[in-house]
Design a protein around this ligand. Structure first.
Ligand SMILES: NC(=O)C1=CN([C@@H]2O[C@H](COP(=O)(O)OP(=O)(O)OC[C@H]3O[C@@H](n4cnc5c(N)ncnc54)[C@H](O)[C@@H]3O)[C@@H](O)[C@H]2O)C=CC1
Ligand SMILES: Nc1nc(O)c(N)c(N[C@@H]2O[C@H](COP(=O)(O)O)[C@@H](O)[C@H]2O)n1
Length: 268
């Protein structure tokens, strides 16, 4: 059944503008056009900092108004990133279903060991084949992904991006952690100038813990609900016991339906 398109009013679009990538970020003659993409960290959280009821449980937090905002953000970024945990748990579309959307973001899935079976009935591949979204770029450690998977992915316009693990391995012993700077630089090398990072918990916590300065803008939907213990939470490990991980400056709070959206920059 066709989904109803989402609407996001122009007054709210204008309020978000300061927190979004600009054309300058993609203009090679501009100093803003850097070697890394413009990074927006954006997710929906409960009052107890949970993204979902638990690993593997798709949980709707955003109301219709803030969901429309997220789909507007998807039209304003070249790429959209989630971890393999989210790809498996949610089977997300990662496209924009905004009314009259003219731009779709490139899904980037961080999947070092190729756990996600995108070849079966994944929504993101179906949308790509239907021309309603783009096929994913899958960031992996595997130097030789299975040829049949490679063909399916490439036929739809996607690809595997093989990176080596490095910088950031401290927190993991299995050697499968990419440094975020490495991931972002690979994304930029694909000609993508802006990326919204949606989650899930491990993606967000590792990004904030490793280098919150990589984040240019934060746009968080806060939903008026406590999910309770056992959820996937945003709570990055602290490098220094007596220092917070990061603080936001230039904050703007925007009520949207029953939710409130917090925008800000990581204070430097
Ligand atoms: N409320 C919201 O806005 C959102 C909610 N979610 C929820 O989050 C949950 C999934 O979160 P998680 O289980 O934490 O999974 P995740 O989506 O963060 O994926 C974790 C996996 O990604 C890979 N990964 C992440 N960072 C990596 C790095 N730097 N280097 C190499 N590999 C890396 C690893 O394989 C890791 O096991 C789901 O329940 C989903 O519904 C996800 C996105 C947004
Ligand atoms: N903004 C927002 N609000 C929620 O309540 C959510 N659960 C999420 N989740 C993120 O959106 C993805 C689903 O996207 P599709 O609608 O299927 O395109 C999900 O995978 C999370 O990244 N986001």
């Amino acid at each position: 059944m066709a989904e109803t398109p989402l609407y996001f009013p122009s007054a709210e679009r204008e309020r978000l503008e300061l927190h979004l990538p600009t054309r300058k970020d993609a203009d090679p003659s501009s100093p803003s056009c850097a070697t890394l993409p413009f990074v927006t960290l954006t997710f929906a959280t409960s009052l107890d900092s949970a993204l979902s009821l638990g690993p593997g449980i798709r949980t709707a937090l955003s109301g219709p108004e803030s969901k429309a905002m997220t789909h507007y953000l998807r039209t304003r970024h070249d790429a959209i990133c989630v971890g393999v945990g989210t790809a498996i748990a949610d089977d997300p579309g990662l496209n924009s279903r905004l009314n009259a959307a003219t731009h779709q973001p490139r899904p980037i899935i961080i999947d070092p060991r190729l756990r996600w079976d995108f070849t079966a009935q994944s929504k993101v591949m179906r949308l790509a084949r239907e021309g309603r979204g783009l096929a994913p770029y899958i960031v992996t450690l595997e130097e030789e992904p299975p040829p049949h998977k490679k063909k399916i992915l490439e036929d739809a316009g996607g690809k595997f991006i093989t990176l080596t693990a490095g910088h950031g391995d401290e927190g993991r012993t299995d050697g499968t952690r990419f440094g975020w700077r490495v991931i972002l630089s690979a994304v930029r090398q694909e000609g993508l100038h802006s990326i919204m990072i949606e989650g899930g918990g491990e993606v967000i916590n590792s990004l904030l813990c490793e280098d919150a300065d990589l984040v240019d803008s934060v746009i968080v939907t806060i939903a008026p609900i406590w999910l309770g213990q056992g959820g996937v939470t945003v709570s990055p490990p602290r490098a220094n016991i007596d220092r917070p991980v990061a603080r936001l400056s230039d904050t703007m709070w925007m009520p949207l339906g029953a939710d409130v959206v917090l925008c800000g920059k990581v204070a430097r």
